[in-house]
Structures are given as C-alpha cells and as structure tokens.
Design a protein around this ligand. Structure first.
Ligand code: CTP
Length: 404
C-alpha cells in the first residue's frame, strides 16, 4: 500500500507543454487510492483540457474564482481547497508561476490557493534550459525551498524548444515516487521495527476441541495498521482471527497457541524497537491434550489446567533497547493493578481497559483506555473507535521514545 493511499492531493497545473503529462499523473495518484482535485491556471487549458482531468480525477476542475458563463456557479473557495488537501503538488511549475509563488502574487485561483494552503507543497519545475538556469529562476527556486516547499528537480533531455538540456519536468511516475519517498522519510516510525501481538489463543483439549476466548483481534490489527501508517516495519503475531491485513509494511505471523505465540514473539523481539502486546493470551491450558476425541461417558468431565508462559513478562526480563507496552484488562482496582503490572513485568507503559467502562474491551468496535507510563503518569482517553485508540497509543509511544 502506498503512503498516498487515502490521501487528498491537490494538483496545480500551469501553462507548460509538460501539462499534457498530468493526465498520467492523475491516473497514477488515483490508482494508488488517492483522492485528487485539480486546479489549472487559465493558460494551461491550451495544453490539456479540463474535461480530461475532471474525468480522470472524478472531480470538477477549477481554474477561476467563478465560472463567468454559468451564473449559478458558486465562488471557488481557494481557502477551502487549500485546507482540503493533504499535499499540494504544482506540476508542471513554469518560471512565471514559480516567480509569482516566490513573491506572493495571487492573480489566479492556483496562486491564491498556494498562499492559503497549510499542507506540504511540492513543485516540479518545467521550462527551457536557459530559463531554468537564469538567476531570477534560481532565486525563485531557492526562496520557495526556504519557505519549506519541496522541489522535484527537473531532468535533462530534449525540450519543447528542440534544445537539449535541463528543464524537463520529472516523469509522472518519478514525481509519484519522489513524493512517496519524501513523505515516508518524514514519518516518525520510519526505520523502526514494531512487534504486535493480537487476538486470542486456542489451547487444545483434544483433536477437535479447544479452550479460547472472545478476543476479535481488532485492537491489535488496528495497532499494526497505525504503526505501519507511521512508517514502521511491523510484525503482527496473531492468534486465530477473522481480521484482514493487507498493509505492505505489515508481516502477519499466524499462530494458534500461547506456546506458539511465545516462540514467535521471542524470535522477533530481539530485533524490534517497540513491542505492544495486545493479545488475549490464555493464562491456562489443558495439562494433557487427549490424542483421541474425548467420548461422552460420565455425567461430568474434569480437565486439569496448567499455566501458560507469560509472554509479556518473559520479554520484560530480556528487554534491552525495546520500548515494551502491555495491555491490562481489569474489573476493579484498575489503576493500582495496572501499576503493579508495569513493575512486575518490567514495562515502559501499559494500556489499561476497564471492564467498568461501557464500550471497552473485547469484541466491540470501541475502546476506552488509560495509558500509564513507567513513572506512573496516567493519561485517560475518551471512548473512541479502536482505530482512533490505536492512533492515540502509537502517538503516545512516538512522544515517549522521542523523549528517551
Ligand atoms: N500476556 C502475555 N502472556 C500471557 C498472558 C498475558 O503476554 N500468557 C499479556 C497480554 O497480552 C497483556 C498483558 O499480558 O498485554 C496483561 O494480561 P492480563 O491477563 O491482564 O494480566 P495477567 O498478568 O495475566 O494478570 P491477571 O490475570 O492477574 O490480571
């Protein structure tokens, strides 16, 4: 999955011959699952039609503050467009537009939107070779980069003038890769490895029966997605769960029993930076697993249970650089019990769910948590969807590790 998937991209097109390539650019963004809106300078319509771009982007294309031919047309709100976007890309960016951007001119919708946009701005210059190296253009490029805008450099090749040199707009696929790489590099967990346990474990009684619990795995899968969205390489060790995972940064490792989860967790733990153990691991398993299906004979059946290994506590014993986070599901004396677990299992933080809270815990889509760190600072959160809760947990971890 691309980092651009689900992102809102505003594409500003100016009047350069390379504008014809923006049709492929829009298609590439759409294929990656991005939402695209296009603003054109009036003169750029000589190079590519708004109809092509509105069809490909599946959104109306704007080029003026209002459409003079349609008296019912609403004012195109440049502030709204600027605020809508997660990323603003100006491609091709002509010398004229670059100069105006650098100097705060705003005599068209694209420039007004640029001045209002709060999101990261990328620009891909396109012009003839001599224009590209003119001190005035160089000045604009420098100024814009000093504003924090990101330049996608022009490449060398044959130009519209017939001359050969630097000034060609980067190819659409290279623009997309450039943006993806740049966005990825800035994600707070880029380069970090994260281990997450999720779901229930099933402990066999005989070849057809097991003892398990109602954990759906939703919380752990949401944590894995959230960590991956922040740029981490994630190892998701999950017990039996119907949840789906198709994030390219997440490696899913399926296990069934607590023992299998223990082995896999220790295998991956050595190389990770963060471990979050959200699995509802069975605390006990049948002492002996019957080799044949147990026949019903007597009026009652007694099964002897033995303790499983505590994965979290065992990781706490061997941890060195890892930031280790556990979960605690409590019914009474919640905060005190959670704090005791932090100490007993050598954790950096614990995520507390109280069963006293409506909408918290197993098999729901929501959760209500309090995060307690190893210094016993408590941070309560509102009842939220598990996806939002996962984001809160990961953001809290990012803050904590940045303070280390
Ligand atoms: N956990 C684990 N391995 C186990 C049992 C639990 O890794 N065999 C982890 C869970 O994934 C969770 C944390 O331990 O992160 C808390 O589990 P919980 O059942 O609340 O705590 P226990 O230590 O089992 O204590 P108690 O039963 O007294 O509440």
């Amino acid at each position: 999955m691309s980092v651009l998937s689900g992102k809102k991209i505003l594409l500003g097109i100016t009047a350069g011959i390379a504008a014809y390539k923006t049709a492929s650019l829009v298609r590439l963004f759409i294929k990656l699952g991005a939402d695209v809106k296009v603003i054109m300078t009036p003169a750029s319509k000589d190079f590519i039609t708004p109809l092509t771009l509105s069809t490909l982007s599946k959104n109306p294309v704007h080029s003026t503050f209002y459409d003079q031919e349609d008296e019912n047309e609403l004012w195109n709100n440049h502030v709204e467009l600027g605020l809508w976007a997660d990323y603003f890309l100006i491609a091709p960016a002509t010398a004229n537009t670059l100069s105006k951007m650098a100097n705060g001119a705003c005599n068209n919708l694209l420039l007004a939107t640029y001045l209002s946009a709060k999101c990261p701005v990328y620009f891909a210059p396109a012009m003839d070779l001599d224009m590209y190296i003119h001190p005035s253009t160089k000045d604009s490029l420098k100024k814009l980069q000093n504003f924090g805008n990101v330049m996608i450099p022009a490449t060398s090749g044959e130009l519209a003038s017939g001359l050969v040199g630097e000034g060609r707009m980067a190819e659409p696929k290279d623009i997309v890769t450039f943006m993806e790489d740049d966005i990825l590099a800035q994600l707070p967990l880029r380069g970090k490895k994260v281990l997450i346990t999720a779901g229930p474990t099933y402990e066999a009684i005989d070849p057809v029966r097991f003892i398990g619990n109602h954990s759906s795995g939703k919380m752990g899968f949401a944590l894995a997605t959230s960590a991956a969205n922040l740029g981490a390489e994630v190892f998701l060790i999950t017990g039996p769960s119907h949840q789906k995972m198709n994030h390219s940064f997440v490696k899913r490792i399926d296990v069934v029993t607590a023992e299998e989860m223990f082995i896999e967790a220790h295998q991956y733990f050595k190389n990770v930076d963060i471990a979050i153990l959200s699995a509802a691991v069975a605390d006990y398993k049948p002492k002996n697993v019957a080799h044949q299906k147990i026949k019903k004979k007597d009026s009652s059946l007694t099964i002897e249970f033995t303790k499983t290994k505590d994965i979290l506590a065992s990781l706490g014993k061997v941890k060195n650089k890892q930031f280790l986070v556990g979960f605690a599901l409590e019914t009474n004396n919640e905060i005190e019990n959670a704090k005791t677990k932090i100490k007993r299992k050598n954790l950096d933080a614990i995520v507390l769910n109280s069963l006293q809270d409506k909408g918290a815990g197993f098999a729901t889509n929501t959760n209500k948590i309090t995060i307690i760190d190893k210094n016993f600072n408590e941070k309560p959160f509102e009842l939220k969807s598990k996806i939002e809760v996962a984001d809160d947990i990961l953001n809290e971890i990012v803050t904590k590790i940045s303070e280390l």
